[in-house]
Design a protein around this ligand. Structure first.
Ligand code: ZN
Length: 87
């Protein structure tokens, strides 16, 4: 597969910012771990999701919430701007 042709993991309705982190992390990992090898793909998907989840949290309603939007920074939880649920 030519460089830059790696397809990042599926993220459904995730926001653009999350998709960008997912894609850039996944692609740079795949460039270091090339080839159509399942374990490499899985490893890179895991790393990419790990990077994305440092910035985003998924609410029960399905919405991804940017951690920077946290109102109470000292708390580990925050309100989802969509449904008001603690995330
Ligand atoms: Zn929500």
């Amino acid at each position: 597969m030519p460089k830059g042709q790696y397809k990042p993991p599926q993220s459904g309705e995730a926001p653009e910012g999350l998709k960008e982190i997912l894609a850039s992390t996944y692609i740079s990992c795949r460039e270091k771990n090339p080839g159509e090898i399942k374990s490499r793909k899985r490893k890179c998907a895991k790393i990419a999701w790990g990077a994305a989840k440092k910035k985003y949290r998924k609410c029960k309603c399905g919405k991804w919430v940017l951690i920077k939007q946290m109102k109470a920074k000292k708390r580990r939880k925050m309100h989802c701007p969509d449904c008001g649920e603690w995330v």
